[in-house]
Every structure is written in structure tokens, then in C-alpha cells.
Design a protein around this ligand. Structure first.
Ligand SMILES: Nc1ncnc2c1ncn2[C@@H]1O[C@H](COP(=O)(O)OP(=O)(O)OP(=O)(O)O)[C@@H](O)[C@H]1O
Ligand SMILES: [Mg+2]
Length: 204
């Protein structure tokens, strides 16, 4: 079973993914936590690119943004076949901090053709459950400022506003996608998520 956390930068995905892992482990469920982009071969290139794309040295930004999405897809292929699927076979509940919806949303927000993005991702399986954490963009930025010393390419208020809007428009892209209000404190957000996950596990 694959549970995916989605949402804008600073929404609280990593925080909530970790809280959900502790919760499920406390119930004796086997859980594997993972994330995209990974820190494997291709994921490491992505992390480098995210810190360099905004720099003036990069001339053809559009070409690079397309190349970046291709890297995300290649990283996902490795992630899925080398990690997610083997863990699922061993009966783990796999929790991924971002997955293919991120490519589609960030790609569209970067001005890339939506059909092309969907085509690139069409052979990847849907998650069993997607938790879309929705926050006010100003709040996301506040949280990011609290956390980071360095800023990645996509972490700025106008882009976060845009990705929030596209996330909500695309909320039905995956079946079993639940939008959770990420504005309240961590515990309240976690409670909303537990309810959704508990009822999904009961139906398993
Ligand atoms: N509900 C919350 N209330 C207050 N602060 C929060 C809440 N959730 C997360 N935070 C804090 O906000 C910051 C960003 O959260 P987090 O790293 O989980 O976001 P994220 O969605 O994973 O971001 P990114 O997409 O950049 O990885 C962290 O410092 C975290 O402790
Ligand atoms: Mg995170």
C-alpha cells in the first residue's frame, strides 16, 4: 500500500509524514518512509539543479525546466522499482513524501505542457491514498523561513500561490485524494490525517 503526501513547499508534508509513521508504528504496522526526489543517483542531480536553476548563469530556463521534469520521472522509475514496490511486496505500508502529482503540478506551474507531463507519468501506478495538505501561501512561506537557511528554486510566494491553485484544480487527478487543512497546529493536522488513514486501513 502506498500513501503519498502532496502540497506546496512548506505545507508540512515532511512533518506530517513523520508523525504518521510514528502513529502507525505504535499500532504495530510495518511502515517504510521515503521521499521524492530521492537522494539516489538521479535524485542527487535534481537536488543540485534545484539550487542552481535560479542563478543568472542558467541561460535557457525553459529547456532546463523540461530537463528537470525528465529527471524527476527517471528518479521516480528507480524509486518505484528499486524501493517502493519491493517494500510493498514485503507488506509494508509505504509513505512517500511527494510522488508523481508533484511533477505534474510543478511542471504545469513552470509553463510546461500538461499533456506531455501526464504522458511521461502514465505508466506509474496511482497511490492508494493521497493526502494533499492545503495551506495559505503566506503561512507556507513563514514556515519555510523558520526552517531554511538556503532557498530552493521553487520556494517563493508567487510560485507557492500558483502551485496551491493548480493542486486544488488537480485534486481529482488521483482517485482517493483527500484535501487536509494544513493551517492549524501540527497535532490538529495529524488528527485529520489519522482519521483518513485509519478508515482506509480498515477497508484494506
Ligand atoms: N501545522 C504546523 N504548524 C506550525 N508549523 C508547522 C506545521 N507543520 C509544519 N510546520 C513547520 O513548518 C516547517 C515546514 O514544514 P515541512 O518541512 O514539514 O514542510 P514540507 O511540506 O515538507 O516542505 P517542503 O516541500 O519544502 O519539503 C517546519 O519547520 C515545520 O516544523
Ligand atoms: Mg519536506
Amino acid at each position: 500500500m502506498l500513501i503519498v503526501f502532496e502540497g506546496v513547499d512548506g505545507a508540512g508534508k515532511t512533518t506530517q509524514a513523520r508523525m504518521l509513521v510514528s502513529y502507525l508504528r505504535s499500532k504495530g504496522i510495518k511502515v517504510a518512509l521515503t521521499k521524492e526526489p530521492t537522494h539516489d543517483l538521479i535524485g542527487s542531480i535534481i537536488h543540485k539543479a534545484l539550487y542552481s536553476l535560479g542563478r543568472p548563469l542558467v541561460k535557457n530556463k525553459q529547456a532546463n525546466l523540461r530537463a528537470l521534469q525528465l529527471l524527476f520521472v527517471a528518479d521516480r522509475a528507480m524509486h518505484l522499482y528499486n524501493y517502493i514496490m519491493p517494500k510493498e511486496k514485503q507488506n509494508y505500508v509505504v509513505i512517500s513524501d511527494r510522488y508523481l502529482l508533484s511533477t505534474i503540478i510543478y511542471g504545469i506551474a513552470s509553463g510546461i505542457n500538461k499533456r506531455w507531463l501526464i504522458e511521461l507519468n502514465k505508466y506509474f501506478p496511482d497511490p492508494d491514498l493521497t493526502i494533499l495538505i492545503d495551506v495559505r501561501p503566506e503561512r507556507a512561506v513563514q514556515r519555510l523561513n523558520k526552517r531554511d537557511v538556503t532557498t530552493e528554486y521553487f520556494e517563493n510566494l508567487p510560485f507557492i500561490r500558483k502551485t496551491k491553485r493548480i493542486y486544488l484544480q488537480m485534486r481529482s487527478f488521483h482517485k482517493n485524494c483527500y484535501v487536509v487543512d494544513g493551517d492549524p497546529d501540527k497535532k490538529h493536522v495529524a488528527e485529520q490525517i489519522r482519521r483518513i488513514v485509519d478508515s482506509k486501513l480498515k477497508r484494506r
